[in-house]
Write a protein that binds this ligand. Structure first.
Ligand code: ATP
Ligand code: MG
Length: 416
């Protein structure tokens, strides 16, 4: 992309109403635009990163053998009334609205109810199981406090997966596969070293659920961990019984702040029972479907990664989710010609700063936007048949020959 064709402008100063570092940088670097508290537009760079995160998750969901669908944001109250979650006192984050033809609608905060109700039409016999589906969808939640930029918003992108099994045994196997898949996802997103699967409160059907928590000083949750015993748990389950269960003592645990990036939950019959989702087993008997749900906060993950890796100059994206891999600054006529050539040949990899600005301003913006590598071409480097190549994260700089540089650009092309 050529920056001159983008309408987005970087800002020198941080917006006063954003306190989180990630939020300040995401706004300043032009990744997002704040519409109102907890409501953000994703701008060209921001959308590219969001989509890259989405794609990594999508690949792993497909590898589980699950199929992608897209449910509706508008919610029919009926299934929610059946589970008693339409009641705004029991579910305090609803956005509800009225139909002009009469009657109420809700904006989906999650999709267990419509998902279960929908499967009523597709699951009849044991032969229809196991089944699962997932989606990427905007969820709406009337959160009391929007916080930390895109980490807690009133409208956000979630990946939600729902599983439908014959019984607990079959469910548990799928659940274990999702656990593994989540570890792979967070590793691929660059959060492998700092994301832990924690024990969290369960429900009627399992003693625990699991959350995926990324260590983050500004995270809203407190988690407790013991490295030697590989035990990590959430504050809400920190009690005598649970500690005995997990074989740790209170004094062996350290605590730190973390952000919940995902969770997995054995739902059991919690939704299939009130919504009457059953199948006929081999003996012709009617049985309830055993369910699970598995979420990842896609837009929150983007905020967490931004927050985690940013330094005092701006954002620092892991390569695999950066909007572009290379940020080019060209100084001089011949250099500009070459830069334009490369941008045209590798439009998916290159962000060309062709704005009418001083090089110093472009360098600062290349750091603010967090693109992994900066290429500077000038008449001076061209004299040496080379370009200056700087890694954003380490600041390490070297000269690459034109041939070495084009080889790198071509190598990415092959990965695609
Ligand atoms: P939290 O405890 O943070 O409110 P939750 O328990 O309500 O999260 P779920 O309902 O299971 O979370 O949603 C699945 C995932 O969606 C969460 O793990 C989190 O990553 C993300 N998420 C939840 N609420 C928000 C929000 N308001 N803004 C952005 N992401 C969110
Ligand atoms: Mg919540």
């Amino acid at each position: 992309m050529k920056l001159s064709t983008s309408f987005v402008k970087t800002l020198r100063n941080a917006p006063k109403d954003e306190t989180a570092k990630s939020a300040q940088y995401l706004v300043r670097a032009g990744y997002v635009h704040k519409e109102l508290a907890g409501v953000y537009t994703f701008l060209p760079l921001g959308l590219r990163t969001l989509k890259k995160i989405e794609n990594i998750i999508r690949e792993e969901m497909n590898a589980l053998g699950s199929a992608e669908i897209q449910m509706t944001a508008l919610q029919n109250p009926a299934p929610w009334q059946a589970t008693e979650r339409w009641n705004s006192e029991r579910m305090d984050i609803w956005f509800k609205t009225e139909l002009s033809a009469g009657g109420e609608l809700g904006l989906g905060p999650t999709h267990e109810e419509p998902g279960t109700a929908m499967m009523h039409d597709y699951i009849k016999s044991y032969k229809d199981l196991p089944a699962s589906f997932y989606q990427f969808q905007t969820k709406f939640r009337n959160e009391l406090r929007a916080k930390s930029g895109i980490m807690r918003t009133r409208e956000f992108l979630m990946k939600d997966l729902y599983s439908f099994n014959l019984d607990k045994t079959e469910h548990d196997k799928f659940y274990a596969k999702v656990e593994k898949s989540y570890h792979t996802i967070f590793k691929r997103l660059g959060l492998g070293d700092c994301t832990y699967q924690t024990f969290a409160s369960g429900g009627a059907f399992s003693k625990y659920s699991h959350e995926f928590q990324t260590i983050l000083p500004v995270g809203e949750d407190t988690i407790y961990y013991n490295h030697d015993k590989s035990v990590v748990l959430n504050e809400e389950v920190l009690n005598e019984e649970v500690l005995a269960d997990l074989g740790v003592k209170r004094e062996e645990l350290e605590s730190c702040q973390a952000a919940e990036v995902g969770n997995i939950f054995s739902l059991g019959y919690k939704f299939s029972e009130p919504l009457n989702l059953t199948y006929t087993d081999k003996d012709g008997k009617e049985q309830l479907v055993y369910m699970g749900s598995y979420g990842i906060g896609v837009s929150r993950v983007m905020g967490v990664i931004a927050e985690k890796f940013a330094d005092d100059k701006g954002l620092v994206w892991p390569e695999q989710i950066a909007p572009y891999r290379h940020y080019i600054v060209a100084i001089g006529e011949k250099a500009t010609e070459l830069a334009k050539e490369w941008e045209a040949a590798f439009p998916e990899d290159i962000l060309l700063d062709d704005r009418d600005l001083r090089p110093g301003e472009k360098f600062a913006d290349s750091e603010l936007t967090g693109i992994p590598y900066r290429i500077v071409i000038s008449d001076k480097t061209l004299e040496k048949d080379s370009v200056e190549y700087t890694e954003r994260q380490s600041g390490q700089q070297k000269l690459l020959t034109i041939k070495e540089m084009t080889d790198i650009l071509h190598s990415y092309e092959k990965d695609r």
